[in-house]
Design a protein around this ligand. Structure first.
Ligand code: FES
Length: 261
């Protein structure tokens, strides 16, 4: 466990902040770190941006730990960081890729766009949120040279509706080599189905309650498969994710109780 100073905090919107650490982290897009807030809890967070001597994580204010981080951690304070863990996205030798991210699922896709841009790939980023003020990283995707398409549930920016509406039209228009997705599971199920309809491979990043983060406690096992999200994922091929009987339907709490998604 590293105790790392928070070098900067960017308030992206009322519910989402980016935390900057001036520390080299050998992480691939889609991998995650365990973030420890002393006295509160430890939570898994996707790595959202990596440079030689800096990495960033985006934290959505949702439960006790993320609320405590949002409300109590200031620039110069320290957080415990373990990782990186898990299998990230695989860019293979694709030339043109499409990213489909909803809400707090956007950060690992920004890290992926960063890597894809380094490789000279053509990237379309479809990002969605409930409304305009909750949209994140639009500017950052554009700075990387991505074609950015936006949807909001309330129509306050871009297409009124869901990112899956845009994805369907984009895939009908032209060729993309692969689709990458992260966000609410019901959305990811739809994204994978659309990709499958067009015979395009997909990869999806899943989230489950985690304890150890590296495959020994069994907390994040997917029912019926024995696959561990922390070690065998969090990124799975779309075909594999669709075989998980709980994918898009339910997850388990810290006590193992089933919670509908
Ligand atoms: S969190 Fe322990 S096995 Fe995944």
């Amino acid at each position: 466990m590293l105790s790392l100073k928070v070098s900067d905090i960017i308030n992206e919107n009322p519910l989402f902040k980016t935390y900057v650490f001036k520390h080299g982290l050998n992480a691939r897009p889609g991998q995650f770190v365990m973030v420890w807030m002393p006295g509160v809890d430890e939570v898994p967070m996707s790595v959202g941006w990596v440079e030689a001597d800096e990495f960033r994580i985006g934290i959505f204010k949702a439960g006790d730990c993320t609320t405590a981080i949002h409300e109590q951690v200031k620039i110069g304070d320290r957080l415990g960081i373990r990782g990186p863990f898990g299998k990230g996205f695989d860019l293979k030798d694709y030339k043109k890729i499409t990213l489909a991210g909803g809400g707090c699922g956007t950060p690992p896709l920004l890290a992926l766009a960063q890597k894809a841009a380094e490789k000279g790939m053509d990237v379309t980023a479809i990002i969605g949120a409930r409304s305009k003020n909750l949209l994140i990283y639009e500017k950052e995707f554009k700075k990387l040279g991505c074609k950015v398409l936006v949807s909001t549930d309330d129509g306050s920016k871009g297409h009124k509706g869901f990112i899956t509406d845009i994805l369907k039209k984009e895939l009908e228009k032209g060729k993309t080599d692969a689709v990458y997705t992260c966000g609410p599971e019901k959305m990811m199920v739809k994204v994978i189905e659309i990709a499958q309809d067009h015979k395009i491979p997909s990869q999806a990043s899943l989230e489950r309650f985690m304890k150890c983060g590296f495959g020994i406690c069994g907390q994040c096992c997917i029912d019926g498969t024995g696959l561990r999200v922390c070690k065998d994922g969090p990124v799975f091929d779309g075909e594999v994710a669709m075989k998980h009987k709980e994918f898009g339907k339910y997850a388990r709490s810290a006590s193992g109780k089933r919670c509908d998604l």
